[in-house]
Design a protein around this ligand. Structure first.
Ligand code: NAD
Length: 500
């Protein structure tokens, strides 16, 4: 049996009083601790502006973890320390360095230091510069930087940020989090593709007609209107999570499952995305924004009435796009991507639509055979559905689509780990496979920038959709023009599309 490696490390969290730390990071670290995946020689140093004490941080941590085992929680919280810091002040970093050194001595922790930037992105560069200037990164052990999205606002700002980070950390010390890459079923894409003889030989333009990737939310922007106004769905979801899923779906099999091999294959896909020039944006990309509507029998307001949103905002809350990948494997196969807020269902799923058979011997029943679909459910359901055609039961003629379902999260007795839990563990182990390499970030922005530049000058392209629907009609037309349609998730009994 594999022995669990238990890294001994100090994790410094910038933004320790913030939402991400409380909702995601503390529960994830606790789960790793409970599962025995962290050495007892570890500490977490929380850093933020508030004048908290160690006790106040420990209280917050204990409230954020969900466990009946109070003794375990108490023991866990003792590993936490707090330092009030203004990250723009270099003096604070000298204090941080002394604190970390004292804690390492006290708990016999080697000089392995992780720095997690759970703060607003405008501070990322400053923190890296101050870390370096204080000497806290000059150590005998390893150092790693974990950085949250957004990684820049466009290619120029991403390059600038990368340049600042690289002053203090090398590329193989920078772990850029895309939490979609930590999701159970996103990680399963590789296994489904490369672990099944029935799929990989068909995974190309000879047998696949199109690929659809949907990530829809029923929520609106909630209280993140200020952030969203400068981001929009293109930067918030499309440039990172959606393109990462496309890369995993379209990449060639890596020779080995090493971080370098996997990332190299993904980078090739991102570089092979056919650029969308400014003149082509409106033919390939639909930009939508939600208007008032009804969701779960409740009236909800439109985006422009949300808190901290301009009453005439042209920020997109929906992006639908057709992507083409110029490679031998994918030439001619459209990848349709859509992501949006206030849509009728909350789901992230991938649908692979296979080509029709060259000849339909059942043509006499006048029904077209239903296409074979492979559906990978990412969230909230986790699993796979495969659509085949079967004979109608009884003596009547004709075919009926049958579904083979595998529900990953209903059958397992162990809950899928949270994405953050898995990614933090990977980072502690030095496994970069599921983090975004700079070359991926660069290629993604290079692809996205012409779209956002065009939109910045052409607000007339904005299309509206009613909250509680699956996006603007233009997004449906995008597929109809090619003779396809979005396959809609309609309920949990796995019934797709209409007319089946
Ligand atoms: P937040 O506003 O809740 O927390 C910000 C933290 O930064 C607080 O601890 C605050 O004290 C600290 N801070 C602000 N200015 C400071 C300064 N000058 N010196 C020291 N500390 C300072 O933010 P959040 O929601 O936790 O998000 C943090 C980062 O994570 C952002 O980059 C965000 O885009 C990203 N992110 C958040 C989520 C989420 O679910 N919250 C999800 C994905 C990505």
């Amino acid at each position: 049996m594999n022995q669990i490696v238990k890294p001994a490390t100090t994790l410094v969290i910038f933004g320790a009083t913030g939402d991400l730390a409380k909702r995601k990071l503390y529960p994830s670290i606790f789960n790793l601790y409970k599962a025995g995946r962290i050495s007892k020689s570890f500490s977490v140093v929380g850093v933020a502006r508030r004048p908290w004490t160690n006790e106040e941080l420990r209280k917050t941590v204990s409230e954020s973890v969900d466990s009946e085992d109070k003794e375990l929680v108490r023991e866990f919280c003792e590993h936490f320390y707090y330092l009030p810091v203004d990250v723009t002040n270099i003096e604070s970093f000298n204090e941080l360095k002394s604190l970390v050194e004292n804690i390492e001595k006290k708990h016999n922790i080697p000089e392995n230091r992780m720095f997690y930037m759970a703060m607003a992105p405008q501070f990322f560069g400053t923190i890296a510069t101050n870390l370096k200037a204080s000497g806290i990164t000059d150590i005998s052990g390893w150092k790693r930087l974990i950085i949250e999205k957004p990684f820049g606002h466009d290619l120029a700002s991403a390059k600038q940020l990368n340049h600042e980070l690289r002053e203090a950390f090398s590329e193989d010390e920078i772990y850029r989090i895309d939490h979609y890459l930590g999701k159970e079923m996103v990680q399963n894409i590789e296994m489904i593709r490369f672990g099944n003889a029935i799929f990989e030989p068909l995974w190309n333009n000879r047998y696949i007609s199109n690929v659809q990737v949907t990530s829809s939310e029923t929520l609106g922007v909630e209280d993140r209107g200020g952030y969203y106004e400068s981001s929009g769905a293109l930067r918030d979801m499309f440039q990172n999570h959606m393109l990462q899923m496309v890369a995993l779906l379209a990449m060639d099999p890596p020779n080995r499952l090493t971080p370098d091999d996997v990332r190299n294959e993904k980078i090739k896909v991102l570089r092979a995305l056919r650029p969308i020039s400014k003149d082509e944006v409106k033919h390939y990309v639909v930009r939508g924004q939600y208007e008032p509507g009804t969701l779960n029998n409740q009236e909800v307001s439109g985006y422009r009435s949300e808190k901290n949103v301009d009453a005439e905002s042209s920020t997109e809350t929906y992006v639908g796009a057709k992507l083409l990948i110029d490679s031998h494997r994918w030439a001619g196969v459209p990848f349709y991507i859509r992501t949006g807020k206030r849509m009728s269902v909350k789901t992230t799923e991938i649908i692979i639509e296979f080509k029709d058979l060259p000849m339909n011997i059942y043509r006499k029943d006048e029904e077209k055979l239903h296409p074979n679909l492979l559906i990978i459910h990412i969230q909230p359901d986790e699993g796979i559905t495969l659509f085949l055609n079967g004979k109608k039961i009884g003596i009547s003629e004709g075919s009926v689509p049958v579904q083979l379902n595998y529900c990953h999260n209903c059958l397992t007795t162990v809950n899928s780990p949270e994405a953050y839990e898995r990614l933090l563990n990977d980072c502690m182990l030095g496994d970069m496979t599921n983090f975004t390499h700079w070359d991926e970030v660069e290629s993604s922005w290079r692809f996205v920038d012409p779209i956002s530049d065009y939109w910045a000058k052409h607000s007339e392209d904005l299309t509206m959709y009613e909250a509680g629907t699956m996006g603007p009609k233009e997004s449906h037309e995008l597929l109809e023009r090619d003779g396809f349609r979005w396959w809609e998730y309609t309920n949990q009994i796995n019934f797709y599309g209409s007319g089946i």
